[in-house]
Design a protein around this ligand. Sequence first.
Ligand code: MN
Length: 286
Amino acid sequence: MNVATEFKARKVIAVTHGEATSDGAGVKMTRLIGSGAQPPIDPFLMLDFFGSERAGDYIGGFPDHPHRGFETVTYMLAGRMRHSDNHGHSGVIDAGDVQWMKAGRGLIHSEMPEQDHGLMRGFQLWINLPASEKMSPPAYQEFKAAQMPVEEREGARVKIIAGAGTAGLIGPVRAPHVDATYLDVELAPGGAFRQPLPAGHQAFFVLYDGEAAAPGDAGPQLFQALSLLALGEGEEATLTGGPAGARALLLAARPLREPIAWSGPFVMNTRQELIQAYEDYRQGKF
Ligand code: MN
């Protein structure tokens, strides 16, 4: 006998709109996670959204700086960013490309605009590493836009950066420590998107273009870009495009539930490990 199953939708439990800030050499951005408005959502430490057509807002870029103890994920929507590290790794991240960098025990790198005019738009996400991986060798996963599968669903076009879609497609990024899901979803007007997610994974949408509706305690509610919609427990994430459609990221991952000791570009488990990070950096061990 066939029994229709209704998946339990994850409801929106918090809505935030980020905090205007600047980082690097004066790059203007909105900090969606990792500010007073929205603390980390374990294992996601920080999420920055940058988007401007004014070169002055981004031209300074992010000159040489260190990282230790986590991963940075850069996803460009428009424009180009050149990165270069002190281990000889460099390249350009173009519109639609993803760079997933495991900083591990440490590196020093720069992230600079590869353009002096026009729109630059994208996200940088910081994902924590478990204690066992914080001192591992740095590593990169880099994918061009064309290397990431796109699922054409009814009412939604879903680019799969990490994790699995619903039609058997899997994103190229491997994130075994937290089993991350990273999807970029384009919703048609009124288009409905549904995505099953593992139980226990933290999850949120970043609505970055248009309007979209998501379920809340009092039924569906319409939200506008720019919004971060933190989701509660349930079986699937759902989002429905507004009258002009919408674009949103869906992110999910298994929380690490480990102590966090965080200072600037270093995220460790204890204060002693932070002191060690500064000491190693000073001694040129990165
Ligand atoms: Mn960096």
